[in-house]
Write a new protein. Sequence first.
Length: 310
Amino acid sequence: MKRAIPYILFALFIFLLPVLMPGSYWIHVLVIIGTYVIAATGIDLLVGFAGQLSLCQASFFTLGAYSSAVLVTRYHFDHLAAMVAGVVSTAIVAYVVGAPVLRLKGYYLAIATLGVGLIIQSLLVSLAEYTGGPDGFRDIAPLKVAGFIFKSDVEYYYLIWIIAMLVLLVTRNIVNSRVGRAMLAIRGDDVAAASMGIDIAKYKIQAFIISAVYASLAGSLYAHSNSFISPQLADLSNSVEMIIIVVLGGIRTIFGVLIGTAIMKSIPELLESFLDYQMAITGIILILLLLYMPKGLLGIIRQINARRAP
C-alpha cells in the first residue's frame, strides 16, 4: 500500500492542475509534456532496461502522427481506427527494421537506427502528395471519440495524461515481470543471458516494438491536439532529446521520465528569448549529464537519502 501512495498523490496532482491554473497557457505546455512522457517511456524501456540505443524514436513518433492525420483528414477514417492503424503500421515497420538492425551493438546500432530515421523523414518529404511535403500537414481534425470532439487544451490534457499514466502503469508491470528481468539481463551481459537460455533476439525486438508503439501513440495524440505536423518532428535532435529526458530524470525510473520531460519541455518556454540557441543548450545539458549526473536527478536524490540513512 505504501508503494501506491506516490502514484495516488501524483494522479491527484495531475487531476487538480487545471483547476489550480484555469485558462493558463501552461495547460497547453502540460499537454505537450504528457505526450512526450508517453514517447520517452518507450525509450526508457528500450535503452534503460534492454540496453539498446535507438536514434529513431522521433521517426516512429512522426510516423504515428502522419498515419493518423492522413487517414482521418484525407480518407475520413474513424479517429480511433486511424490511431490503431497508425500504431499497427508502426509496429510492423519496427519489426521489419528491428529484426536485422538489432543484431548490431553499441554505436553500430545507433548509426543503423539513425539511418532508419533518415529514411522515414526522407519519405515523408518526398511523398508530398499525401504528406504535404516539407511544408507539413495542416488543418488536422480534432480528435473525436464516441461522438465527443476534443477541442480545448483542458480536454486534451485529461485525455493525454490518463493515457500517459496507463502507459507508465503498463511499463511498470512489464519491467517487474519475467520479460523485464530478461531485458535487464540482456542489458547487463547478453552473452551470459544467452547462456542462461534467454532468447536475446526475441526480447530485443519486443522492447523495440513496444517502444515504437508508445511513440506512435504519442505522435497520433500530438497530431490531433496540435492540428499541424511536419517532417521536422523526425529530426535527430528530437530523438536525442528523448534520450536526454530519460537520462536527466533518472534512467530505469518511472518518475524520472516525468521529471526529465517536464524540465526539457519547459526550457523553451522559460528561455523563449534563447530559442536560437536551443540546440546548443541541449548539447550542454547532455554533456553535463554524462559528466556529473550519469544516474539522473532521481539517482542523486537516492544517493543523498542513502547517505543520510543510519
